[in-house]
Ligand binder design. Structure first.
Ligand code: CA
Ligand code: CA
Length: 749
C-alpha cells in the first residue's frame, strides 16, 4: 500500500508539472519575436490584479529573483562568470509601465534559447498574467522615389481634401504623432505644440537623455540598416498639418489642426514599452514620471506610422483600449510587407484604424499590406512633405517625397481631425473612436485600381467624411447599382438611453442625400419593444421611427437606420423633383390597414408606416410593396394586442420617375424571402439581387389568433449584398406565425 501510495504521489507531481507548463504557455505572447541577433529590449511581465507581486515591488523582486535562481540551476541560461564577465547574470527591473506590467532587462545579450527559457521561467510564476518580449518597432517608410514630386494625395485621385477644406480644416483638434520627433521647419512650426520624448534607451535616444520634455528629433541614423537619418516624424507631421496658404512649401491634410510630436522612435527604432506608455500619455492617461496632459490639451487622434510583424502584444492592446475609452482615435500603418495586414502590429490590434497605401492610379502600392484587417486605404506613393536635409543630425528644412503605409496613415489621421473639428465647430459632441471608424469606412470610395486581397472600405474620402460629420448618424453600409450611377448608404443611430416609448426618433442623412428607406430594431425580450412608425420626414433628410413597449415594461435603447439615395447626374433637388412621396390614412379600427398607390410613370422604390395610436397602443405587423391596378403601392397594417385600442395607420409610398431624362431608365425589384418557420418568434432575411442597390425594407407577418407583431425591420448585409431582416413575436398570449422579409432595390439601364 505504501509503495502504491508513493507512486500515486509521484504521478500526481508529474501531472501537476505538466499542467503547470501547459498553463504557462498560454501566458507567453509573441515568442517568435525572440531570435538570435534580432534586437528586442527585454521582457514585459504582467502580474495579476490583486496579487502580492502587483502590490509590492519587493515581493515582485523576490519572485523574479527566485525565477532567475531556477534558471541558473536549470543551466538553460549560462550564468557562469565566463559568459558574464562584467557582472553576474540577472534581470533588472527597469520600470512599471502605465498600463500596469513591468519591464525587465537581462544584464547581457541573450541567445534565442536563453530568451525562450527566460520567458518560460517567468511565465511559470503563479501570479503572472502574461510575459511578452519588448519588441522593437520601426517606422513604415519605404525608400523614396523622388520622381513623384507633387501632392496628388489631396486631389481627386487621393483623399479629395480640397472640397473638405470648405467645411473643416482641423481647428481645435490635436493629432499626436508618435514617431521620431520633430525638426524646426517653417512649414510646420506654427502648428507644432510641445510634445514629449519617451525614448528611454540611451543609445536609441541619441540626445544624451532618457525621457524628457524635448520631442525634437536629433536624427535616427541607423548604421545596421545602412541608411541616413529619416526625419520620418517631420515628414508624417507635414502630411497631417503642414502650414497651408502661406505661399511656401506644402499643404497639410488638416492644416489648422495642431501636431503634438511624441518621440518613440530613435536610432534603429523604438520599443514596445516606450510606445505603449506614449499611447497612454497622448490620450490623457497617467504615466509615472511624466506630467499628465490637461484634459483640454489631450489629442483626439494618435497617428502611428510604425510597426513590426507580430501579433498584437497585450501591452499594446491595453494601452489602445485605454486611449479609446478616453475618446482618442488610434490610426496605424498596415505595414509594408506586401502581405496579410493581420500579421502587422499595432495596426492589427483591436480598435485601431489600419491603413493600407495606394498609388495615384488607385492601385494598391506594391509594398502595402492588404487583407480583411485593413480598414481603409490612403495615398502612400510619392508623398511630398516636410523634411530636413541632414544625413545624421538636423541641418536645414527641406521637402522630399516618401513612399510607405507611413505616408498613407497621416492622411487618415488628418481626416479624423477634419471630422472632429467640424463637430466641434457645430457645438456637437465629438464622435467616439467607434463612430469615427464608421464614418471613415462608410464614406471611403472603392479603389479605381486593383488591390488583390482587399484594401478595406476603399480610399478615404475627406469630402464625404466631413459632410457626414454633422448628421446624428454614422454610415454603416453602402451599395452601388450595376450602372455605378445609383448609390445608397445606410446610416445608423442608436438611442443614447433606454426608454419605454420613442416618438419620431430621427436618423439624419447628409444634405446631399435623399432619404428613401430605413428601419428600426426594438427588442425581442424579455417582454418586447415593438414598431409603431418607420417613415421619411417632410424634408426627406431623415428617417423617423417610433416604438413602444406594450402592456409589459421593456425599456430599450433602440437602433434605427436610414437609407440615403444619390444618383449621378442629378443634384439633390433634381432628384427630389423626380420623386413622389404619397401618404394615405386608414379607417379608425382595432386592426387598421391601408394601401397607398403612386402615380403612373413612377417606379415604387420604398415606403413606410405611421400608427396614430392612443391609450394602450396599436402595433405594426405589415409594411411592404404591392401592385394595385398595374401601379406600385405600399400596404401597411397594425393591430391592438392584449387590450382593445383602436387607431389609424398611415401608409407612406415612395416612387421615382421611371424615365430619368438624360440619366437612364429605372427598374426596381422586390426580393421576398420564403415564409419563415411557423414559430412564436419568427424571423426572415433577404437580399436584393446583384446589380441592384437597396432602397427600401418591408415585412409581412402571417398571423392568426391573438396575433404576432413586428419588433425589427433592419437594412443589413446578406452574403455581401445589402438586404433586409425582419422579426416579430407573439405577445402576452401564445400565437405562432410566419414572417416574410421584403427588400426593394433599383438599377439604372
Ligand atoms: Ca531624451
Ligand atoms: Ca505650406
Amino acid at each position: 500500500m505504501k509503495f502504491q501510495g508513493k507512486r500515486r504521489i509521484h504521478l500526481a507531481c508529474a501531472l501537476m508539472l505538466l499542467a503547470g507548463s501547459a498553463f504557462a504557455e498560454g501566458r507567453i505572447h509573441n515568442l517568435k519575436a525572440i531570435q538570435d541577433n534580432v534586437p528586442y529590449n527585454g521582457f514585459i511581465v504582467k502580474f495579476r490584479d490583486g496579487s502580492l507581486e502587483r502590490g509590492s515591488i519587493s515581493a515582485m523582486g523576490a519572485a523574479v529573483a527566485a525565477s532567475t535562481d531556477k534558471l541558473a540551476k536549470s543551466r538553460l541560461v549560462d550564468t557562469s562568470s565566463k559568459a558574464n564577465p562584467v557582472r553576474p547574470f540577472g534581470l533588472d527591473h527597469i520600470r512599471r509601465l502605465a498600463t500596469g506590467p513591468n519591464l525587465f532587462k537581462p544584464s547581457r545579450k541573450l541567445s534565442r534559447d536563453e530568451g525562450v527559457a527566460i520567458m518560460q521561467q517567468l511565465a511559470a510564476m503563479p501570479n503572472v498574467e502574461y510575459v511578452e518580449p519588448n519588441v522593437i518597432f520601426k517606422h513604415t517608410l519605404v525608400p523614396n522615389d523622388p520622381s513623384y514630386a507633387t501632392q496628388w494625395g489631396f486631389g481627386n485621385a487621393g483623399i479629395r481634401a480640397e472640397q473638405a477644406w470648405d467645411l473643416a480644416t482641423g481647428s481645435g483638434v490635436t493629432v499626436a504623432v508618435l514617431d521620431t520627433g520633430i525638426t524646426n521647419h517653417p512649414d510646420l512650426n506654427a502648428n507644432v505644440l510641445a510634445g514629449y520624448d519617451f525614448v528611454t534607451d540611451l543609445t536609441k535616444a541619441n540626445d544624451g537623455t532618457a525621457r524628457d520634455a524635448d520631442a525634437s528629433d536629433p536624427g535616427d541614423v541607423c548604421p545596421s540598416d545602412g541608411r541616413p537619418s529619416s526625419w520620418h516624424g517631420t515628414h508624417v507631421a507635414g502630411t497631417v498639418a503642414a502650414v497651408t496658404n502661406n505661399s511656401t512649401g506644402v499643404a497639410g491634410t488638416a492644416f489648422n489642426a495642431k501636431i503634438m510630436p511624441v518621440r518613440v522612435l530613435g536610432v534603429c527604432g523604438g520599443d514596445l514599452a516606450d510606445i505603449a506608455d506614449a499611447i497612454v500619455w497622448s490620450s490623457g492617461g497617467a504615466v509615472s514620471g511624466v506630467p499628465t496632459l490637461a484634459s483640454s490639451a489631450v489629442p483626439k487622434v494618435i497617428s502611428m506610422s510604425l510597426g513590426a510583424a507580430i501579433t498584437c502584444p497585450q501591452t499594446y492592446q491595453d494601452a489602445i483600449d485605454g486611449a479609446r475609452a478616453r475618446g482618442t482615435t488610434v490610426v496605424a500603418a498596415a505595414g509594408n510587407n506586401n502581405g496579410d495586414a493581420a500579421n502587422h502590429t499595432p495596426s492589427n490590434c483591436a480598435g485601431v484604424i489600419s491603413v493600407a497605401a495606394v498609388d495615384s492610379s488607385g492601385n494598391k502600392a506594391s509594398f502595402s499590406n492588404f487583407g480583411p484587417r485593413v480598414d481603409v486605404s490612403a495615398p502612400g506613393v510619392g508623398i511630398l512633405s516636410t523634411l530636413n536635409s541632414g544625413t545624421s543630425g538636423p541641418v536645414a528644412p527641406t521637402y522630399q517625397s516618401y513612399n510607405g503605409t507611413s505616408m498613407a496613415t497621416p492622411h487618415v489621421s488628418g481626416v479624423v481631425a477634419l471630422i472632429q473639428s467640424r463637430r466641434l465647430a457645430a457645438g456637437l459632441p465629438l464622435f467616439t473612436p467607434t463612430q469615427v471608424a464608421q464614418v471613415i469606412k462608410g464614406t471611403a470610395r472603392p479603389l479605381p485600381g486593383d488591390c488583390p486581397g482587399g484594401c478595406g472600405a476603399g480610399i478615404v474620402d475627406a469630402s464625404e467624411a466631413v459632410k457626414v460629420a454633422l448628421v446624428n448618424s454614422t454610415p454603416v453600409a453602402r451599395q452601388a447599382d450595376q450602372s455605378g450611377k445609383v448609390s445608397v448608404v445606410v446610416f445608423e443611430r442608436t438611442a443614447s438611453a433606454a426608454s419605454g416609448v420613442f416618438t419620431d426618433f430621427s436618423v439624419e442623412v447628409p444634405d446631399d442625400y435623399v432619404v428613401v428607406g430605413g428601419g428600426v430594431q426594438g427588442a425581442e425580450s424579455p417582454n418586447g419593444h415593438f414598431l409603431t412608425a418607420s417613415y421619411p420626414n417632410a424634408a426627406r433628410s431623415a428617417w423617423l421611427v417610433s416604438t413602444k413597449e406594450h402592456l409589459a415594461a421593456n425599456p430599450t435603447q433602440i437602433t434605427a437606420w436610414a437609407i440615403g439615395l444619390k444618383i449621378a447626374g442629378l443634384t439633390r433637388s433634381q432628384l427630389l423633383s423626380n420623386m413622389t412621396y404619397r401618404v394615405s390614412t386608414s379607417a379608425y379600427a382595432s386592426q387598421p390597414s391601408v394601401t397607398t398607390s403612386i402615380p403612373v410613370g413612377y417606379t415604387q422604390i420604398g415606403g413606410g408606416f405611421q400608427v396614430q395610436w392612443s391609450g394602450d397602443g396599436n402595433l405594426a405587423w405589415a409594411t411592404y410593396p404591392t401592385v394595385v391596378n398595374n401601379v406600385g403601392a405600399w400596404v401597411s397594417a397594425s393591430k391592438d394586442q392584449g387590450s382593445v385600442s383602436m387607431a389609424t395607420i398611415r401608409s407612406h409610398s415612395i416612387g421615382l420617375r421611371t424615365n430619368l431624362s438624360g440619366v437612364g431608365v429605372v427598374s426596381a425589384t422586390t426580393a421576398v424571402s420564403p415564409a419563415s418557420a411557423y414559430v412564436a418568434h419568427p424571423s426572415a432575411s433577404v437580399a436584393v439581387p446583384a446589380g441592384y442597390a437597396l432602397t427600401g425594407c418591408g415585412a409581412q407577418v402571417n398571423w392568426s389568433g391573438a396575433g404576432n407583431v413586428l419588433w425589427k425591420i433592419k437594412p443589413s448585409v446578406n452574403a455581401g449584398q445589402l438586404g433586409c431582416e425582419a422579426a416579430s413575436k407573439d405577445h402576452l398570449t401564445s400565437s405562432p406565425a410566419t414572417i416574410n422579409s421584403h427588400a426593394v432595390g433599383i438599377k439604372l439601364n
